[in-house]
Ligand binder design. Structure first.
Ligand SMILES: [Zn+2]
Length: 334
């Protein structure tokens, strides 16, 4: 029986079955945790993932973006030789999964990206006990303590009341964040049409087809200036400052991102109304999750590895940074 730390190497390669988790380079066999571009790449031979993740990959990269797809349900164990792999919800975006790998009673969990707060656009996070935990560290510094997203939406609605003639243009990544902002607005009782940049339409439609209620969504480019006065418009962050936004009536520039807790970033982007809405755990939730899994060994990836490794060691765990090449450290999509 191999110790847990030999089941997987530091490139997230499951040696026994020659399968990579979220590989950056094309591989013969890959398990994909979720559809964000730094995890899901086109060009693999065989891809195992949730049906939602496969649908997202096909929507973004084309139906034949992998040689073959195998869709698995959450909690459904798949046995390959003497290895069992099972996906569990990660609570990050639609279809996002943590991966449990079991060999001879040893349990390794790769979290992918995750959060524990309820989110109607993602299946709810499940805690998976393990011996070795490979965790993301996007917001792994003590300064990152995210406010409750409902409070951020309350600030947005207040700004809309204060500026009834202005459009509110919200920058949000097209996969995950845009749908979450819409869903949070609906949850807060906002039932007017929400206008979308063209880059958002397809993924929002995919969420709706897959059972996520987002209400009345319209293409902003087809709306009149009068329609857009006082309206919510959602666009990719890159569109906030370009020609596209000039047609909106005196827009209030907002941006929904975990990074908006860093005031300097909001200022750099010219964001008037920063909304701290994160799809990742914050620092206290990271530490709590690591403790809850019971893992004695922790590998850290995707972000601020060093601070988390230091804290884990202080808590008596064996911890290491992975420093995998090719992951975007700032999280173009988060
Ligand atoms: Zn992600």
């Amino acid at each position: 029986m191999p110790p847990a730390s030999q089941i997987l190497d530091r490139n997230l390669h499951i040696r026994r079955i020659d399968t990579y988790v979220d590989p950056v380079a094309p591989r013969e066999r890959a398990i994909i945790t979720h559809g964000h571009a730094d995890h899901a790449r086109p060009g693999h031979g065989k891809v195992l993932a949730t049906a939602d993740t496969i649908a997202i990959m096909q929507a973004r990269y084309g139906d034949d973006c992998a040689g073959a797809f195998q869709a698995v349900d959450y909690g459904e164990p798949i046995r390959i030789e003497d290895v069992t792999v099972t996906l569990y919800p990660a609570g990050h975006i639609l279809g996002s999964a943590q991966l449990l790998i079991e060999i001879g009673g040893q349990r390794v969990v790769v979290t992918g990206d995750y959060k524990r707060l309820p989110d109607k656009t993602a299946q709810a996070f499940e805690l998976v006990p393990c011996d070795l935990l490979v965790t993301e560290a996007t917001f792994a510094l003590p300064v990152f303590q995210h406010p409750h997203p409902a409070d951020e939406i309350t600030r947005l609605l207040a700004s809309m009341r204060d500026h009834p003639e202005r459009a509110h243009l919200i920058g949000a990544y097209a996969l995950g964040k845009a749908q979450r902002v819409i869903s949070l607005l609906r949850e807060a009782g906002y039932d007017r049409p929400i206008y979308l940049h063209g880059a958002m339409l397809r993924l929002c439609a995919l969420y709706q087809e897959r059972g996520i209620a987002l209400g009345d969504l319209r293409h902003a480019t087809e709306a009149s200036k009068a329609d857009l006065a006082g309206a919510v418009v959602i666009a990719p962050p890159s569109a906030l400052k370009d020609r596209w936004s000039r047609r909106l009536p005196d827009p209030v520039l907002a941006m929904a991102s975990g990074w908006m807790s860093v005031k300097q970033r909001a200022r750099q982007r010219g964001v008037e109304l920063p909304l701290v809405i994160s799809d990742h755990v914050d620092w206290p939730e990271l530490l709590e999750t690591i403790a809850d899994t019971g893992a004695q060994t922790v590998w850290v990836t995707h972000g601020r590895e060093d601070a988390l490794v230091y804290q884990c060691r202080k808590n008596g765990l064996v911890a290491e940074p992975l420093n995998i090449q090719g992951y975007e450290d700032e999280g173009e999509e988060e």
